[in-house]
Design a binder for this molecule. Structure first.
Ligand code: MEV
Length: 387
């Protein structure tokens, strides 16, 4: 048994860290060779992204085909380890083309910065003071990011939310910030920190937390699509999907897995574009739980018996900031998608999520996921033999 207590691990070079781990756990030469292969990253580039780096972790990078979204065709890069997901999405995307593909709403790129004020003697008076100084607070926030403001973004509003907690009353400020093409955490956190002191003065209270909320309810992505009944496998498959939806609506154990299927698509694209997968998951599942945990998608049948699917969730996806512009594959992903704005990325993500959901429900309502996997596996084995 080794001791995990290592002081100053972060100060060592990658080589030194690797040697230390090798000694501690007994890695062999082959394992060391695998760890030393950084792929398209230089070790020193990887080393500055996070702390204590010893290697680079690779996953398959794949392309989902056949998507038409708001009249435009897209090839969608996906980073995911699970077999069948990309094939199923590509297959089901075809089934929407007859009716024009996926139709997505436009999205406001507005994020919420939360400021927590505690120890307020007179909450009512404090709320009024903040209300009276709203414009001034927004101005202070905007002074933190003149470039964002110049480009048309910046703080646009401020919401005041008094809440009761186990540690007494608090006022929570929501600073609403149009972050344009960024995910937005840096801009929003900076602004939230900048208004904190003024809020303390106005309320005679104390500010503790100043941080973005991942429940991005002002950055909602929505889409709708009609899936051809015959291509899906006939009226029984449509009926099976409607039964699956009814099940998820009335049972949280099923709703969790139903939503996991949606996130298979969304997270694969989130990773492929260098976005924050944890932020997207947190926002999605919290949104799903607002009125008791529910499926994020909705299903019905049109007058011809085709399946109509809708999906709505908060999607804070950016194309600037974080890894989005520095990760070599994230940059290529935007080129493959043919996009230059964050709104389109979120529209593609929500369409992919809906498609992935239908693909999973279709498989579950017909041959079953395992049988589908086995069929794909058999095809792969045959390909291997041929080669
Ligand atoms: C597996 O990754 C995803 C599914 O479980 C989703 C679902 O059950 O709807 C197949």
């Amino acid at each position: 048994m080794y001791s995990s207590k290592i002081s100053g691990f972060y100060k060592l070079s990658i080589e030194e860290r690797l040697n230390l781990i090798k000694e501690k756990v007994g890695l062999d030469a082959n394992e060391i060779n695998i760890l030393k292969n950084f792929g398209y990253y230089k070790p020193e580039e990887m080393d500055i992204l996070i702390e204590n780096v010893i290697a680079s972790y690779q996953l398959p990078y794949s392309i989902a085909c056949n998507f038409k979204i708001n009249g435009k065709d897209y090839l969608i890069p996906m980073v995911i380890e699970e077999p069948s997901v990309v094939a199923a999405a590509s297959n089901v995307a075809r089934m929407t083309r007859k009716s024009g593909g996926f139709h997505c709403d436009s999205i406001k790129q507005i994020m919420i910065g939360q400021v927590q004020i505690v120890n307020i003697n007179d909450v009512e008076n404090a709320v009024k003071k903040i209300e009276d100084n709203k414009e001034k607070l927004i101005k202070i926030a905007n002074e933190q990011d003149p470039i964002l403001v110049k480009l048309g973004g910046g703080a646009v509003d401020l919401e005041i939310r008094p809440i009761e907690t186990i540690k007494g009353p608090m006022i929570i400020i929501h600073l609403l910030v149009n972050v344009l093409d960024a995910m937005g955490a840096n801009a929003v956190n900076t602004m939230a920190e900048a208004v904190a002191h003024h809020l303390e003065e106005l309320t005679n209270g104390e500010v503790y937390l100043r941080i973005i909320s991942n429940l991005a309810t002002h950055r909602m992505a929505r889409c709708k699509a009609t899936f051809d009944k015959d291509m899906l496998g006939g009226p029984e498959v449509v009926e099976g999907i409607l039964y699956a939806y009814a099940f998820a609506k009335s049972d949280v154990y099923r709703a969790s897995t139903h939503n996991k299927g949606i996130m298979n698509g969304i997270i694969a694209l989130t990773l492929a574009t260098g976005n924050d997968t944890r932020a997207i998951e947190a926002g999605a599942h919290t949104y799903a739980s607002l009125n008791g945990y529910s499926p994020l998608s909705k299903f019905s049948k049109d007058s011809e018996g085709n399946l109509v699917g809708e999906l709505e969730l908060p999607l804070a996806l950016g194309i600037i900031g974080g890894l989005t512009k520095t990760h070599p594959l994230a940059k290529i992903s935007l080129k493959i998608l043919g996009i230059d704005n964050a709104e389109e990325l979120a529209q593609i993500a929500v369409a992919l999520g809906l498609c992935q959901n239908v693909a999973a429900l279709r498989a579950l309502a017909s041959e079953g996921i395992q049988a589908g996997h086995m069929r794909l596996h058999k095809r792969k084995e045959q390909k291997k033999i041929k080669n």
